[in-house]
Design a protein around this ligand. Structure first.
Ligand code: SF4
Length: 385
């Protein structure tokens, strides 16, 4: 009974408590149909009949990392073939190629402060004329902007000053919260060897992004050994940040997929129904939020998530792999378009910043966006098709 009552309250715009959500979760494990339908009604109410994506190029700037998360295959050791230390010339060449492919977003990704741990990273920075990875990212972002791409940096726990500098060129930035549970940092848990994943540290960076008015992408990794309560706590933590600063532009819900070369190689993928319940709960907890799932991580079923509350596919690249999930190729944009259409939704290309957040960025950045922006604040069709 509480389930139906609480769900009706959501539709009537009434506040729903943490305890109500726990009850809804427990009921949904037995039968999720009512939850899914309420989530979908909310999605339709706030996000209408379109689904967005960002046409991006993925710059794997440096994948050395001072931390070790048990599920991560992105991180490289210096002797590994997958090591990436991009030179300024390589960055320039990839930007030029991305322009030819009509990409809009330049996604810059690095490991966590690699120069703190690796001589190789310090040498690489020196060779290119920089003192820190953050300095290098500032340069790469300026270059991207000059060439007409819009930077979005995700480089782990940057400090306040670094983020302040990057805000000058980045229309938005990203940092996955992952999970707000301290338990996941204990011995034997996925974040035990990753100081940057301590929830307090993570939340501090997100707080700073709020103080700096940076449109921020964050999210949760689902299926890494957390409890449902911990996931729900994490969604509420994001909601609270957004209530305080208003700068969380989207929430990525990423389903865990085990990687063969990691400590968690034998842990099964996130169960799809569990994942879907979390997606629908997120819509209920944050009815107006942009909610994203990466289509490449649910290759056979991603379109079915359109009927349980999501409204965004995130970045899809026509020319670079997903270096974080290299075994999961991005679907072709035409295929995503077709599948979205078949599910009753129109695919639209957005900037790495959602239109609702345009007032957060400088006049200069806003002017650059306006050149290829349509009347909805999205990318003009003729620019990305
Ligand atoms: S997930 Fe990020 S912080 Fe963790 S090991 Fe990989 S690159 Fe480093």
């Amino acid at each position: 009974m509480l389930n139906s009552e609480s769900l009706n309250n959501v539709l009537e715009n009434k506040v729903i408590s943490h305890q109500d959500i726990i009850e809804i979760y427990k009921n949904a494990v037995i039968d999720s149909s009512e939850l899914f339908s309420v989530a979908q009604n909310l999605r339709k109410k706030f996000k209408k009949d379109s689904v967005t994506f960002s046409k991006k190029v993925f710059f794997n700037i440096v994948n050395l990392c001072k931390d070790t998360c048990s599920y991560c295959t992105y991180k490289a050791e210096p002797e590994e073939e997958k090591l990436s230390l991009m030179s300024k010339q390589q960055i320039l060449e990839l930007l030029q190629l991305a322009k030819k492919y009509r990409c809009v977003e330049a996604l810059f990704v690095t490991g966590e402060r690699p120069e703190q741990k690796y001589q190789e990273a310090r040498d690489w920075l020196k060779e290119n004329g920089f003192k820190s990875t953050a300095e290098y990212l500032i340069h790469a972002s300026e270059l991207a902007l000059e060439l007409g791409l819009f930077p979005h940096t995700n480089a782990g726990n940057l400090n306040f000053e670094e983020m302040k500098e990057l805000k000058k060129t980045n229309v938005s930035m990203g940092l996955m919260l992952e999970n707000v549970s301290d338990r996941l940092t204990k011995k034997g848990m996925p974040h035990h060897l990753a100081a940057s994943k301590i929830p307090k540290a993570r939340l501090k960076v997100l707080e700073n992004s709020g103080k700096l008015r940076i449109p921020m992408t964050t999210g949760i990794l689902i299926g890494i050994g957390e409890t449902a309560e911990e996931i729900i706590d994490s969604i509420f933590a994001i909601k609270q940040l957004h209530q305080k600063y208003g700068n969380i532009q989207e929430v990525i819900l990423q389903n865990f997929q085990p990687k063969p070369d990691t400590m968690m190689k034998n842990v099964p993928s996130a169960d799809e129904n569990y994942f879907k319940i979390i997606v629908a709960l997120s819509r209920i907890i944050m009815p107006e939020m942009n909610i994203q799932i990466p289509p490449n991580l649910s290759p056979k079923s991603y379109q079915s998530f359109l009927s349980i509350g999501i409204n965004d596919w995130g970045g899809i690249s026509p020319l670079t792999p997903d270096f974080v999930n290299p075994e999961f190729a991005w679907p072709e944009i035409d295929k995503v378009d077709e599948n979205s259409k078949n599910a009753g939704f129109e695919l639209k290309c957005r900037f790495p910043i959602y239109p609702e957040f345009f007032s957060f960025i400088s006049k200069e950045l806003r002017e650059k966006i306006s050149i290829i922006e349509n009347e909805e604040g999205l990318v003009k069709e003729e620019y990305w098709r």
